[in-house]
Design a protein around this ligand. Structure first.
Ligand SMILES: NC(=O)c1ccc[n+]([C@@H]2O[C@H](COP(=O)([O-])OP(=O)(O)OC[C@H]3O[C@@H](n4cnc5c(N)ncnc54)[C@H](OP(=O)(O)O)[C@@H]3O)[C@@H](O)[C@H]2O)c1
Length: 321
């Protein structure tokens, strides 16, 4: 499986990252273990989790991190995995109250280390932003954790591009490594941020895309399959109301028709073509996939080595960007 040298780091994550947002509660621990085993067997080494994952479901608190921690302990895979987790997320009941003080960031990190049964995190994400906090305070806190050996590198998730630029400028001025990657909602499907209905999240937009092109900052997009929207349209399966609201536009139906035509022409699956749109970008881009079954893991992972002519990839989204 192809790996991607992550700019500004010595990490070589695989070209597809495995997400884990419902591990432990929505996806039972034994099933999550099977997904993790299948992912590693396909050559994957990049796992994405977060302290808050699966806390929206009944069951154990922090169950995604704890499930992955148990799997790491059992499998003996820790040293070959690029382990990424996130902290500084608001409490779910009070999403308007940020939790990004230095003490909260450090406290979340300590909890994640315990849950994951590890001494270090390879890539630590800030799950949200609080634009009222100075970037200097945030980066100094994270850099302190790098110096303490608790994290190797850090990145931002759901940050606006002006804040990312300010953070990178501060890091350059201080002579430290700043954000090495940006995790945002991004897939072949266009979205209207208003339809997502969560102002604390951020999606790829033209300005952010131009920033990545200019600076070479790596993108690690989530919801990279648009929740299976293209697959479901191709199968004629039911589109859930939430998905319809977020993705159900005429423009995305045009894109879906192109995906199906290209799948027919190349013999690749619909979900592979959707991932190839991201893995064939002009800057390092590693999509996070949210697989529910082992078959989906295998299908997604086989997209990693597919290369398509740049014109074909651009055609999928032409006239919109
Ligand atoms: N930073 C953040 O704020 C943030 C936010 C959201 C997610 N994430 C991360 O990103 C990960 C992925 O997010 P997501 O679940 O929204 O992403 P997604 O990959 O867009 O959606 C997952 C769904 O897509 C379908 N699917 C996936 N692979 C498929 C395949 N090969 N063939 C057919 N269908 C396939 C499945 O739908 P069915 O279940 O209907 O089969 C699956 O449940 C999460 O687990 C998490 O790690 C981060």
């Amino acid at each position: 499986m192809r790996t991607t040298a992550l700019p500004q780091t010595d990490l070589s994550p695989s070209a597809i990252c495995l997400g884990s947002s419902n591990f432990g509660n929505g996806i039972a621990p034994a099933d999550a273990f099977q997904l993790l085993d299948a992912y590693v067997a396909c050559g994957g080494n990049f796992i994405d989790t977060a302290a808050v994952y699966a806390n929206w479901l009944p069951g154990e608190k922090n169950s995604s991190e704890k499930t992955i921690g148990r799997w790491l302990a059992r499998s003996g895979q820790r040293s070959r995995i690029v382990l990424a987790t996130k902290g500084a997320h608001p409490e779910l009941a009070t999403m308007h109250i940020s939790r990004m003080s230095p003490a909260e960031i450090v406290d979340d990190l300590e909890t994640s280390l315990r849950n994951l049964q590890t001494e270090w995190i390879d890539l630590y994400w800030l799950h949200r932003d609080d634009p009222t906090r100075p970037v200097a305070e945030i980066l100094d806190t994270l850099h302190g954790q790098v110096l303490a050996g608790k994290i190797r590198y850090f990145g931002c998730s759901n940050w606006r591009v002006d804040r990312i630029a300010a953070a990178e400028a501060y890091a350059a001025q201080r002579g430290i490594t700043g954000f090495v990657a940006n995790q945002m909602r991004w897939s072949l499907a266009q979205i209207d941020p208003a339809a997502v209905g969560d102002p604390t999240t951020a999606a790829m937009d033209d300005e952010t895309y131009a920033f990545h092109r200019r600076t070479g900052l790596a993108a690690i997009p989530y919801s990279s399959q648009a929740g299976g929207y293209f697959q479901k349209l191709a199968e004629g399966s039911e589109i859930r109301p939430g998905q319809q609201k977020t993705y159900g536009t005429a423009n995305n139906r045009t894109r879906a028709a192109r995906v199906q035509a290209l799948a027919q022409e190349t013999g690749y699956s619909v979900s592979q073509i959707v991932l190839v749109y991201l893995t064939n970008q002009p800057f390092a881009t590693i999509p996070i996939v949210g697989c529910r079954t082992v078959a989906q893991v295998k299908d997604s992972m086989s997209a990693a080595d597919i290369r398509l002519p740049i014109g074909q990839v651009a055609w999928l989204a032409r006239e919109d960007r």
